[in-house]
Design a protein around this ligand. Structure first.
Ligand SMILES: N[C@@H](CCC(=O)N[C@@H](CS)C(=O)NCC(=O)O)C(=O)O
Length: 200
């Protein structure tokens, strides 16, 4: 979803191939040995296998809303994204699927995700958006995971003392871009007509 957000905001016309992870098509394995999603295959055959790389690829081509940080803010923005990916996301998986991790309940991963969310709340008391004064790379990279976390137990998330974070998430979910990237597509099948998305 973070990759789709950047591709959509930068209006990169893409052929979208929706993948069901339990039925990965051979073409995904051929493009990427890692075979995680998302994968982007550029017109020159270059393959990008990390969602953040896809975001940067798209925004470096066209960045009409100036999502890419100014050089002086780059380290800060990348620091938040790295914390999200390295610290928060693994705990989010444990929080979402406790039985897969042989946890008796959600309490322990909940405490872990709450620490990061509380830091985001604090950040959002200092700046309007995670990226600074306007929505940008950090917001788009982190927003989808905060959303997953919030929807795992909506009542718990709503009951936390995080008004800035709750409003930030609500604004994201109400945005036009969110509606665009949430459009559902049927799983891709070989030979089907191209599904073009994010055209200017
Ligand atoms: N760091 C990678 C993570 C990619 C990833 O793990 N994607 C998940 C879905 S969100 C996946 O493809 N899981 C299926 C699998 O690993 O087989 C990125 O951000 O692109």
């Amino acid at each position: 979803m973070r990759a789709r957000l950047a591709l959509a905001v930068s209006h990169q016309t893409c052929e979208l191939r929706e993948v069901v992870l339990s039925r990965k098509p051979a073409e995904l394995h051929q493009a990427s040995a890692k075979a995680t999603v998302p994968v982007l295959v550029d017109t020159d055959g270059r393959v990008l296998e990390e969602s953040l790389d896809i975001m940067l690829w798209a925004l470096q081509r066209h960045d009409p809303l100036q999502w890419l940080p100014e050089p002086e803010h780059l380290a800060d923005v990348m620091h938040w994204i790295k914390r999200c990916d390295d610290e928060f996301k693994p705990q989010l998986d444990r929080y979402k699927y406790p039985t897969r991790f042989e946890l008796a309940d959600r309490s322990e991963p909940r405490n872990a995700v709450a620490r990061f969310l509380a830091d985001l709340q604090q950040r959002l008391t200092e700046t309007t958006c995670l990226s600074g004064t306007q929505w940008g790379l950090a917001d788009a990279a982190i927003g989808p995971f905060v959303r997953q976390c919030a929807h795992t137990d909506s009542a718990w998330f709503a009951s936390q003392p995080w008004p800035n974070l709750q409003n930030w998430l609500a604004d994201f979910e109400a945005s036009a871009l969110f509606q665009i990237v949430m459009v559902k597509h049927p799983p891709w099948q070989p030979g089907q007509p191209q599904t073009l998305v994010f055209e200017p």
